[in-house]
Design a protein around this ligand. Structure first.
Ligand code: FES
Ligand code: FES
Length: 159
């Protein structure tokens, strides 16, 4: 077993893991952060997307030992107390959620995008979601939701 120290949703956690343990399993099974979903398990669907050191990564393809000393943000870490993050609110108000299975991954992909590009345009958002599959809504509404959230986050930053 290998000791690993990871900051998960602003809290440092220390665990012992097998060398081959996947990050998605650590998050879901050890920390019960089940908002991160597994779809394909082989890097094709994007449902397992989280933020690692500010970038969108596929947690099914990453080993937990690779996250040592890093910062992870999952969908559970976006909410501020009872207040939803603007991305979560926008996905609801833009009707971008149906079954919701792909939603955490799309939101975390959008979160990393907005961090790097506070004013993304349509094509940047499309590119950002290119690896996030949705079987229900299609992509127009999630794209609108991310654009709307980016606008709101920018306006709030000027309050
Ligand atoms: S579950 Fe990770 S990309 Fe599909
Ligand atoms: S909302 Fe069902 S897969 Fe996207």
């Amino acid at each position: 077993m290998i000791p690993v120290r990871i900051n998960i949703n602003t809290e440092w956690r220390e665990i012992l893991v097998e060398p081959g343990e996947r990050l998605i399993d650590t998050l879901r099974d050890r920390f019960l952060l089940t908002g991160t979903k597994e779809g394909c398990g082989e890097g094709q669907c994007g449902t397992c997307t989280i933020n690692f050191n500010g970038k969108a990564v596929l947690s099914c393809l990453m080993l937990t030992v690779q996250a040592d000393n890093g910062h992870i943000l999952t969908i559970e870490g976006l909410q501020d107390g009872l207040d939803l993050h603007p991305l979560q609110t926008a996905f609801l108000t833009e009707s971008a959620v149906q079954c919701g299975y792909c939603t955490p991954g799309m939101i975390m992909a959008g979160h990393a995008l907005i961090k790097d590009h506070p004013e993304p345009d349509d094509s940047l958002v499309k590119h950002c979601l290119a690896n996030n599959l949705c079987r229900c809504t299609g992509y127009e509404k999630p794209i609108q939701a991310i654009l709307k959230a980016a606008t709101e986050m920018k306006e709030k930053s000027h309050d």
